[in-house]
Design a protein around this ligand. Structure first.
Ligand SMILES: C[S@@+](CC[C@H](N)C(=O)[O-])C[C@H]1O[C@@H](n2cnc3c(N)ncnc32)[C@H](O)[C@@H]1O
Length: 260
């Protein structure tokens, strides 16, 4: 499979899990009472959420996960097997823009950090709404990469990189801030918006979670930053960590609604 900019592997997603734990937990709550329900996770990655939600649906419920990456689906199924929830949880390769399910199929549907990769996010939301039963809950979590904020002292370079990442590196880097508008354009009711700012003072974790080195390299290749500016930026990151001034934060937006 071709790896697009912004592609993350299952090691990345596992490292991010603790930081995202409260956001994930809240997204499950926003899906409503899941006991004995049939639910879907779109862009499920290595199955961290599908397996976690097996407990919430119980032995009478069912969790399905789809992802367009066969390697992710293989890992998700292995995780389900290892956790002995493979009777409850199933995964399959599919595209978010063409879900292989009938209309009004699921009691609740969620998607986390997928929409930032989609140039046509409105199609994915329409598909998610199509497969959700009337009265069912729809929950989408995504990052507003425009809100990425990194304290290094090299503020002008940092701002240029934020703009580059949000507008050129990712297909839909402002996804988080655009979610409310996407939901409003659909036939959905009871739309709710919640935002949390994740932060860390741990530079290596931040570099991993934000893929800053990869983004910086592509920005240099595209002429957004000169070689000298990249060097200044890298030095500023290290200096801010050494002087215990390093701080990074980003807004994660969750929008939920009821299908009609
Ligand atoms: C940042 S990961 C998030 C994974 C998971 N939701 C989580 O929070 O751990 C994004 C996932 O979306 C998947 N993805 C990207 N574009 C997709 C598409 N068009 N259809 C289905 N899955 C897609 C990727 O393969 C990847 O597993």
């Amino acid at each position: 499979m071709e790896k697009l900019f912004g592609y993350v592997d299952s090691d990345y997603l596992t490292a991010a899990r603790d930081l995202f734990a409260p956001v994930k937990q809240r997204s499950y709550e926003l899906m409503g009472d899941l006991d004995s329900k049939h639910i879907l996770d779109i862009g499920c990655g290595p199955g961290l959420d599908t397996v976690a939600m097996a407990r919430l649906v119980g032995s009478q419920g069912r969790v399905e996960g789809i992802d367009h990456d066969p390697a992710m689906i293989e890992q998700a199924q292995s995780l389900a097997n290892a956790n002995q929830v493979n009777n409850t949880v199933q995964h399959q390769v599919a595209s978010a823009s063409q879900l292989p399910f009938a209309n009004d199929h699921f009691d609740a549907v969620r998607s986390e950090r997928l929409f930032m990769h989609l140039a046509q996010a409105e199609n994915a939301l329409a598909e998610a709404a199509r497969v959700t039963k009337p009265g069912g809950r729809l929950v989408v979590v995504d990052t507003d990469w425009g809100s990425l904020s990194t304290n290094t002292g090299a503020d002008e370079i940092e701002r240029r990189l934020v703009k580059f990442r949000a507008e050129s590196y990712l297909a839909n880097g402002y996804s988080g801030r655009r979610l409310y508008g996407l939901f409003s354009a659909q036939s959905l009711c009871d739309i709710r918006v919640e935002t949390v700012a994740l932060h860390t003072t741990d530079l290596p974790l931040w570099l991993l979670l934000t893929q800053t080195e990869q983004v910086t390299e592509v920005a240099r290749e595209r002429g957004v930053l000169s070689g000298k500016e990249v060097e200044n930026w890298q030095n500023a990151l290290v200096r801010s960590s050494e002087t215990e001034a390093f701080f990074g934060s980003v807004n994660i937006v969750t929008v939920s609604a009821t299908s009609v």
